[in-house]
Design a protein around this ligand. Structure first.
Ligand code: FES
Length: 153
């Protein structure tokens, strides 16, 4: 948890912390927080659904849509950032046609997210694809990477 987020967390009322823990459990179970589960939680907790939506959208670790079949983590740590992570991220967004800050392609093929240093800085810039580090990646290699991934399904 980032320092900013940790501070915000400490300021939250205990009831919100409990709700966030429940939201976390739902996401762990389903991979995302479907709308119907928010409705159920609102009924059970007697907390307005709008407040729950607010919590979900404030904490960007929560996703309201199912994750893609493949998970790509672009490292935005200092070394990777300096060596071109934003270019790789932009190329991924273009190739996957991610719209309006969406992190998952509309065909459900992949979800793109960020990490902040995975301890392999000598391989910067890198993308972790389904748990495998792809280091020293160039933005022009992104389509090749995605094609290989598409062959896997
Ligand atoms: S900054 Fe990317 S692995 Fe360290």
């Amino acid at each position: 948890m980032s320092e900013k987020l940790e501070k915000k967390w400490e300021q939250l009322p205990e009831s919100d912390k409990q709700l966030i823990n429940t939201l976390n459990k739902i996401q762990e179970e389903l991979g995302y927080i479907p709308h119907y589960r928010l409705t159920e939680l609102a009924e059970q907790s007697e907390v307005p659904e709008s407040q729950l939506h607010g919590l979900v959208s404030f904490f960007n670790c929560f996703r309201s849509r199912p994750p893609g079949r493949h998970k790509l983590l672009v490292c935005y740590g200092t070394a990777c950032y300096a060596k071109g992570a934003p270019l790789i991220n932009d190329r991924l967004a273009d190739e996957l046609k991610l719209e309006d800050n969406a992190d998952t392609s509309t065909d459900g093929f992949a979800t793109v997210d960020h990490v902040y240093c995975v301890g392999a800085c000598s391989q910067a810039p890198l993308v972790v694809v389904d748990g495998q580090i792809n280091g020293k990646l160039k933005s022009y290699e992104v389509p090749i990477l995605l094609n290989k991934l598409r062959k896997k399904g």
